[in-house]
Design a protein around this ligand. Structure first.
Ligand code: SAM
Ligand code: DTB
Ligand code: SF4
Length: 346
């Protein structure tokens, strides 16, 4: 009689998930997995979806060789993507204002840099961050590798979050990127965390990795203490001219599964249904929301590729009885630290 379903107890926030435990989640029947993820989701979140708009502030010509990326200089002959100069601060802030007016609460800016160099371009990025924060939106940037003083300056500018993805498992990583290591990635994330900036960190599926690699990526993310404030789950956008151009499209159910496992293992994080969404049906996206996704990239473009239509996104959110998060609700997300943290993390 007193045997309670295990899901009645609030799912603990753990940093010691083992590979076996995570693989066992991946092996669950899909609907059982989604049910469990939805139970965890409701313990920690309401029915809001965060709309995050993305802008490439410095496009192309990057020195890294990330095999998925159209912005790498290594493949620019084949992709035909030209290197552009950095956008100016006023233009970027006008785009942030438009994004806010369209309902976004987070503005994310990406630069195709291997690492940040001090100087006028970085100073301009700091002005962009200050400007976005002054609009009362969350500001996130992704600029490649950082040095400690640069992380400090970003924190002083009021940066909410730094996006730096692990992309895949440590085991598969070398197949995808050869110009920087997993350790380099973790080092930048540590610097960001040390400055008290939030971390936006996730990965990509559909690059030829095995399910074990997906589980291993989740383990690396869930080891972080605290967990990333947001976890973008991208499906590879197989861009022509990149080494991954021929990869078959990602099955929507694989996205659902990946999102559900991220939700269960990182209960408080925002799990963002990210790149690849424009290839998914409304029903596939709905299932991702059931599995615990509560954020999307919102607006006509990701960085260089097309994203879903904004009006269609608003319609879908309404149809599903979800609600776009509003500015006033934004900070509440960061006050969820009322639960016991279990495990030590790396
Ligand atoms: N240069 C910075 C860096 O790599 O940290 C920032 C920009 S980079 C484009 C940000 C992230 O976008 C990558 O880490 C990767 O996870 C994701 N991404 C890039 N190209 C992608 C693609 N074709 N499909 C899916 N995700 C992609
Ligand atoms: C993330 O994880 N996905 C976004 C954001 N962080 C910067 C980028 C997706 C890029 C998809 C390919 C493109 O548009 O160039
Ligand atoms: Fe693309 Fe970023 Fe890799 Fe450069 S570092 S090639 S911009 S993903």
């Amino acid at each position: 009689m007193n045997a309670q379903p295990i899901f009645d107890a609030k799912a603990p926030v753990r940093h010691d998930w083992t590979l076996e435990e995570i693989q066992a989640l991946f092996a669950m029947p899909l609907l059982d997995l989604v049910h469990r993820a939805q139970m965890v989701h409701r313990q920690y979140h309401d029915q809001t979806v965060q709309l995050a708009s993305l802008l490439s502030i410095k496009t192309g010509g990057c020195a890294e060789d990330c095999h998925y990326c159209p912005q790498s200089a290594h493949f620019s002959k084949a992709t035909g993507l030209a290197k552009e100069t950095q956008l100016d601060v006023d233009y970027v802030l006008s785009r942030a204002k438009m994004a806010k007016e369209a309902g976004a609460t987070r503005f994310c800016m990406g630069a195709a840099w291997r690492s940040v160099r001090d100087g006028a371009e970085f100073d301009a990025v700091l002005d962009m961050v200050r400007g976005v924060r002054a609009m009362n939106m969350e500001a996130c940037v992704t600029l490649g590798m950082l040095k400690p003083h640069q992380a400090k300056r970003l924190a002083e500018a009021g940066l909410t979050s730094y996006n730096h993805n692990l992309d895949t498992s440590p085991e598969f990583y070398g197949e995808i990127i050869t110009t920087r290591t997993y350790e380099d990635r973790l080092e930048t994330l540590n610097l960001v965390r040390a400055e008290g900036i939030g971390i936006c960190c996730g990965g990509i599926i559909g690059m030829g990795e095995k399910e074990m690699d997906r589980a291993s990526l989740i383990r690396e993310l869930s080891k972080m203490n605290p967990h990333p404030d947001s976890v973008p789950i991208n499906a590879l956008v197989a861009v022509r001219g990149t080494p991954l151009e021929g990869r078959p499209p990602v099955d929507a159910f694989d996205m659902v599964r990946m999102i559900a496992v991220a939700r269960i293992t990182m209960p408080k994080s925002r799990v963002r249904l990210s790149a690849g969404r424009s290839e998914m049906s409304a029903e596939g996206q709905a299932m991702c929301f059931m599995a615990g996704a509560n954020s999307i990239f919102y607006g006509e473009k990701l960085l260089t590729t097309d994203n879903n239509d904004a009006a269609a996104d608003r319609d879908l959110i309404e149809k599903l009885g979800l609600r776009a998060e509003e500015i006033e609700e934004r900070s509440a997300h960061f006050d969820l630290d009322n639960t016991e943290e279990v495990g030590t993390g790396a």
